[in-house]
Design a protein around this ligand. Structure first.
Ligand SMILES: Nc1nc2c(c(=O)[nH]1)N(C=O)[C@@H](CNc1ccc(C(=O)N[C@@H](CCC(=O)O)C(=O)O)cc1)CN2
Ligand SMILES: Nc1nc2c(ncn2[C@@H]2O[C@H](COP(=O)(O)OP(=O)(O)OP(=O)(O)O)[C@@H](O)[C@H]2O)c(=O)[nH]1
Ligand SMILES: [Mg+2]
Length: 457
């Protein structure tokens, strides 16, 4: 049990409607109570837990800081599992600062990043996959990403992992049953059953691992490079998609010199858009470096938008660029500036043809088609329920190790090894699954995970 009482401002410190401070630890209720005078004239503890109580927030000198709502809960019936309290103030950064100082004066100390959620984890209120889901929910970049994080927070991934875990525990129990009678030959029926069980869990782990590609994309966004000749309209498209003038646009070819990133949700897909310098041979050293970065962005991209200015005739370079893009990643060809009179469109001698979208950022025409084309390349997939996706590399690596353990055991059994030889393999798989949910991870690992959270979470 932690003896410290921690306090933090839990909401952004910008002028806003409401601003919340929270406290957790053995002195949480006492510290809050010392700074709060209920309108009823009595003390915070005279009111029931889990209720909002109206009253005055006071500093250490008894000066009124704000009129607020206050609530407390007693461990283990709280977010952290400890005694907690909350002060819901007017969303004034200065009020929140004064209130935090008042709580420090009562013996609370500043909470570190993620320390509330870390305590919830240490007190068994959340497992590690759920705690990570809290962070994922906060930085979700798409509706879909938020829904998956919420599902993980409710325990969807933990349950899926738990099913595999308990099936493997059953397999272990079978092994042990066989080992208890070492002199008897293992009956073929038992052997087949063990093999089948291991195969089934191997498949379950493979299915789970296959969810990581989508989970990772939902979490990190799909790297999407906008490429094309100078003046094709790349920066204009980026601006149209993000909804404000993120990038400089001029009619001078070579306006964008360096790559520039912006995040958007398009067709339900979270994209990390990368605007690039227009591709052309140049003697200008700065421009040449920019073009180098454009090529690199294209090579690292998971989706490439090739832009052709439809008001000028496409060149051989345009064609070559499209072919390069297609060889690197899923590509959409975009004919820009459709509000202008169009030049003849060249015949595309490619198979398969990439999706083609015609659009104008000036009129907005065709932007919905681009959205549809992106959604089409990255379908939502109804394969897994919300939250049943692996969402980060740590989870994927743990699942991978679990799979390797199960596969080693399965192959050894097939090769005629006796069950005792497989025990360590299955144990390793169980250990790896335990890391996923945090049953079997070191404090250093969890500390690192919570360091990435924001203060007050
Ligand atoms: N104002 C406020 N809003 C918030 C939070 C918070 O701490 N404060 N949360 C936090 O980040 C999230 C909600 N999570 C919570 C999880 C558990 C409990 C809790 O008190 N659980 C007790 C009692 C449940 C009950 O009343 O039935 C329990 O589980 O025993 C509270 C919040 C999101 N919104
Ligand atoms: N009429 C029309 N003009 C457009 C459209 N999109 C872009 N333009 C114009 O085309 C010119 C170049 O646009 P940019 O978005 O800067 O082109 P870019 O591809 O980023 O160019 P570089 O940064 O030089 O590689 C600007 O004058 C834009 O206003 C469009 O849909 N219709
Ligand atoms: Mg540009």
């Amino acid at each position: 049990m932690n003896q410290d009482t921690i306090a933090a401002i839990a909401t952004p410190t910008v002028p806003s409607a409401i601003g919340i401070l929270r406290l957790s630890g053995p002195r949480a209720v006492e510290a809050a109570s010392a700074c709060f005078r209920p309108a009823a004239g009595n003390r915070l503890e005279d009111h029931p837990a889990h209720k909002l109580i109206y009253g005055s927030l006071l500093d250490a000198q008894g000066q009124v800081i704000d009129q607020i709502l206050c609530t407390y809960s007693r461990g283990p019936y709280s977010y952290t599992g400890e005694d907690t309290a909350e002060l819901q103030c007017h969303g004034s950064p200065m009020v929140l600062t004064l209130a935090l100082e008042a709580l420090f004066a009562q013996g609370a100390r500043q909470a570190g990043p993620g320390e509330f959620t870390q305590r919830a984890f240490l007190n068994g209120r959340l497992d590690l996959a759920q705690a990570e889901a809290v962070a994922d929910l906060l930085d979700a970049r798409s509706r879909e990403g938020a829904r998956h994080a919420a599902g993980r927070l409710s325990g969807a991934l933990s349950r899926r992992v738990g099913q595999i875990y308990s099936a493997l525990v059953d397999v272990m129990a079978h092994f042990h049953a066989v080992l208890d009678y070492p002199d008897e030959d293992i009956d073929p029926f038992t052997l087949t059953k063990l093999e089948d069980d291991l195969s089934a869990q191997s498949r379950a782990l493979q299915d789970l691992l296959a969810t990581y590609q989508r989970g990772r994309r939902l979490n990190q966004g799909i790297r999407c490079a906008l490429v094309g000749r100078p003046n094709a309209g790349k920066s204009s498209l980026l601006n149209a998609l993000v909804g404000y003038d993120r990038a400089i646009v001029t009619d001078i070819p070579g306006t964008t010199r360096d790559t520039l990133e912006a995040e958007v949700e398009l067709g339900g897909v979270p994209l990390r858009l990368i605007d690039t310098a227009g591709l052309q041979d140049s003697s200008d050293p700065i421009e040449r470096l920019g073009v180098e970065r454009s090529r690199q962005a294209m090579e690292e991209a998971e989706l490439i938008l090739v832009l052709w200015d439809s008001s000028v005739t496409a060149t051989q370079e345009d064609g070559e660029l499209l072919e390069t893009a297609l060889s690197l990643a899923p590509t959409i060809l975009i004919h820009t500036k459709t509000d202008l009179p169009s030049a003849p469109v060249p015949f595309l001698n490619l198979s398969p043809l990439p999706p083609v979208v015609e659009l104008s950022t000036k009129t907005g025409e065709g932007l919905a088609d681009l959205e549809a084309a992106v959604a089409n390349l990255f379908p939502k997939g109804s394969d897994s329920a919300y939250g049943e996706l692996l969402s980060n590399a740590r989870q994927a690596q743990a699942a991978q190790r679990a799979l390797e353990g199960v596969e080693r055991a399965r192959q050894a059994l097939e090769a005629g090894m006796t069950p005792d030889a497989l025990l360590t393999d299955v144990e390793e798989a169980l250990g790896a699954l335990g890391e996923l949910t945090g049953q079997s991870v070191g404090e250093d690992v969890t500390a690192r995970i919570f360091q990435r959270f924001c203060v007050g979470k």
